[in-house]
Design a protein around this ligand. Structure first.
Ligand code: ADP
Ligand code: MG
Length: 313
């Protein structure tokens, strides 16, 4: 059986590209870029709560880092460094760790993140990443800046991860090519870093959709003390597809607000970034917290569930 140190050396020690001192000492040393603020976020993934025991290890490695990169994308920050805390059962399988590390570093390479340290221990499987990024002083996007009249936008095609999960849980049966598309969204979410960077100075508020579109919009409304009216183009009439779109989590798309006067600038980003951006509503002067969802005809519909809350299931 490998020692803790063998595991760290074998699976989690890689050359870094922009770090003074990485894995191997008592702590890491990084050199923040002058004029930039550090942007820091942590996410904990626990087996049985955030991923299924039989989840593909490489996909899990990717997702463990990608969900953290996504938080920085939502802040308009450039991801730079990460630490990784892992708990694995005694006598972990080499093949499993190999696959996990491959997925993790594929994501790290994709987004330019140096792994600079962590902690390794025995226990029920769990992974905790702390990610550090940078944004010019004062430029980071927050949840609290939405203004009355702002347009509300969503990137990508949300709802696919939840549909993929519904398929895996036997709640629906998807056929190709939709199945592959939805499973890719679930297992290999793409953090929208380029979009987050492009939204600096443009978006008034932003959040990444991890708990569901309505739930995460609720966070923006709460922190901005605003109300919203959604009219989502081509919203499915009812059923699972609509539920997944409105309340499904795990998509890691960016949901953001921007002045209506910038609608053209936002729409232009679709081409520049090769990423669909859809205007799905606006911030209104209704009482703070009110969230109306309308069908294509503008009639108010009663939404299903707002999203996922770990303490209210
Ligand atoms: P200490 O006992 O001083 O906390 P550790 O033995 O836990 O040191 O870690 C030794 C080195 O390996 C440290 O640089 C630590 O950051 C790094 N490290 C430990 N686990 C991981 C991991 N899972 N991924 C990356 N680096 C790790
Ligand atoms: Mg330690």
């Amino acid at each position: 059986m490998p020692s803790e140190f063998d595991l760290i050396a074998r699976y989690f020690t890689r050359r870094t590209t922009h770090t003074r001192l990485g894995v191997g000492d008592d702590a890491a040393l990084i050199i923040p870029t002058p004029g930039q603020e550090l942007v820091i976020s942590t996410d904990l993934l626990v087996e049985g709560t955030h991923f299924l025991a039989d989840t593909d290890a490489e996909a899990l490695g990717w997702k463990t880092l990608a969900v953290n990169v996504s938080d920085l994308a939502a802040m308009g920050a450039q991801p730079r460094w990460a630490t990784l805390g892992i708990a694995v059962p005694p006598a972990p399988s080499f093949a499993w760790l190999d696959d996990f590390a491959r997925g993790f570093f594929a994501c790290a390479d994709t987004f330019g993140v140096d792994l600079i340290g962590g902690d390794t221990t025995r226990g029920p499987r769990a992974f905790c990443v702390t990610i550090l990024g940078e944004a010019p002083a004062g430029a980071a996007l927050r949840r609290s800046g939405a203004q009355i009249g702002d347009s509300i936008w969503i990137s990508g095609r949300p709802g696919r991860a939840a549909l993929g999960l519904a398929h895996l849980q036997g709640r629906t049966v998807l056929a190709e090519p939709q199945l592959g598309d939805c499973l890719a969204a679930l297992h290999r979410p793409q953090a929208r870093v380029a979009l987050g960077l492009a939204l600096r100075g443009l978006a008034t508020a932003a959040i990444d959709v991890s708990d569901g579109l309505l739930a995460d919009l609720g966070h923006i409304l709460e922190q901005s003390a605003r109300a919203a009216r959604l009219q989502i183009p081509a919203l499915p009439a009812a059923g699972l597809e609509r539920d997944c779109l409105l309340a499904g989590g795990d998509d890691y798309e960016l949901l953001f607000t921007a002045p209506a006067s910038r609608d053209k600038d936002i729409a232009a980003l679709t081409d520049a970034l090769q990423l669909p951006l859809t205007r799905i509503g606006q911030i209104t002067s209704a009482p703070p917290g009110e969230l109306l969802v309308c069908d294509d005809g503008g009639n108010v519909i009663t939404p299903v569930q707002r999203g996922y809350d770990h303490f209210q299931q």
